[in-house]
Design a protein around this ligand. Structure first.
Ligand SMILES: Cc1ncc(COP(=O)(O)O)c(C=O)c1O
Length: 355
């Protein structure tokens, strides 16, 4: 089966010809010796973009988050507070327990969308109780499921963190999207955190990589942990060159992804399907359970139209919009939904006549 469009994630994009060309002509050196000029340039650029002293090019966002948290977590027993749906809590292979010897205390946001300072305050574990592991880091994710954690709430969380002497790590894998959607510089969001991970290979479309940013001392520590975990890469400037092309050519067009996500949301709403989270950016969490949709049937109808989706039966299915999906992709997906609903309805009607 040849698929023309892939809605499963924004990680699946292929490098553009411009990226491949940049890789071919990139200037490289040994990054373990910090001698790769393109990596050094990327790290300086991200440090500036985030308003931090220093930055470190990483293999992936998982590595960036795990090394980033390990570099804050000095002396166990210690713990990290995060959203119950956070990537570091659910999808990083239990890395915090293994690498940082840390417990996660995960919270369900009381507003159902994003964590608030109040949610976090009530879950903080203080020093001195020998039964528990004290909170040392608050971990935030922006976006989470495509929904934005507002700047005003981040400011309140920062105040809470300061009062309690904690650090904040931001998994900003999709902070690029937040910045575009809110027309707010990335720097503004980074003011309220000690460290931030920015992914290069999600909506930005670069083939590999993420960048961790923070204070000089913190990044020096992180560089050590990155090496320990086998992330001391050599001529990584190849990838840094592709990342610059992604930042220059894909980021400025990200608004189109957000518009297409909203078009999908609106089209689904016309069929009686709502979303589990606000569609602030490029992710649509479609509540297919609203119409008792048979997701594997939807997967089959999508495949006929050359669309690849996550067709695992569930009440909520995630669709992720990226720069290699166009208007036609969205209309085809809506068409596949309509056909699936019609087929389901006709089966119900057939059964009704039989009985
Ligand atoms: C919010 C978030 N953080 C981190 C990651 C991990 O990214 P990577 O696949 O680069 O390790 C993902 C992956 O989808 C993610 O969605």
């Amino acid at each position: 089966m040849v698929y023309s469009y892939d809605f499963r994630s924004d990680t699946i994009t292929k490098p553009t010809p411009e990226m491949l060309n940049a890789i071919l002509v990139s200037e490289v050196g040994d990054d373990v010796y910090q001698e790769d000029p393109t990596v050094n340039k990327l790290e300086s650029f991200i440090a500036q973009l985030t308003g931090k002293e220093s930055a470190l090019f990483m293999v992936s966002s998982t590595m960036s988050n795990q090394v980033g948290l390990r570099s804050h977590l000095i002396s166990p027993p210690h713990s990290v507070i995060c959203d119950d749906r956070a990537h570091i809590h659910r999808y990083e292979a239990g890395g915090l327990a293994l690498i940082s010897q840390a417990t996660t205390y995960s919270i369900k946001p009381s507003n159902g969308v994003y964590l608030t300072a109040k949610d976090i305050e009530s879950a903080l574990i203080p020093e001195g109780d020998v039964h528990s592991s004290p909170t040392k880091v608050i971990e935030l994710e922006n976006t989470l499921g495509g929904a934005i954690l507002p700047l005003s709430e981040m400011e309140k969380i920062k105040d809470l963190s300061d009062i309690n002497g904690l650090k904040i790590h931001l998994d900003g894998a999709r902070l690029w999207n937040v910045s575009v959607a809110t027309k707010t510089p990335i720097l503004e969001y980074c003011k309220y955190v000690d460290s931030v991970n920015l992914c290069l290979s999600k909506g930005l479309g670069s083939p590999i990589g993420a960048v961790l940013a923070g204070s000089r001392e913190y990044i020096n520590k992180a560089r050590h942990y990155r090496k320990l975990l086998g992330g001391g890469w050599r001529q990584a400037g190849l990838l840094a060159a592709a990342a610059f092309v992604a930042i220059d050519t894909v980021w400025p067009k990200m608004e189109f992804d957000h518009r297409r996500a909203k078009r999908l949301r609106d089209g689904l709403a016309e069929m009686g399907i709502s979303t589990a989270l606000p569609v602030d950016t490029n992710i649509v969490m479609a509540k297919v359970g609203d119409v008792k949709l048979n997701v594997s049937l939807l997967g089959t109808e999508c495949a006929k139209l050359g669309l690849l989706i996550r067709s695992v039966q569930s009440d909520v299915v995630r669709f992720v919009i990226h720069h290699q999906l166009d208007d036609q992709a969205i209309e085809l997906l809506l068409q596949a939904f309509r056909t699936t609903i019609e087929l389901q309805n006709s089966k119900v009607n057939t059964k009704a006549t039989v009985y």
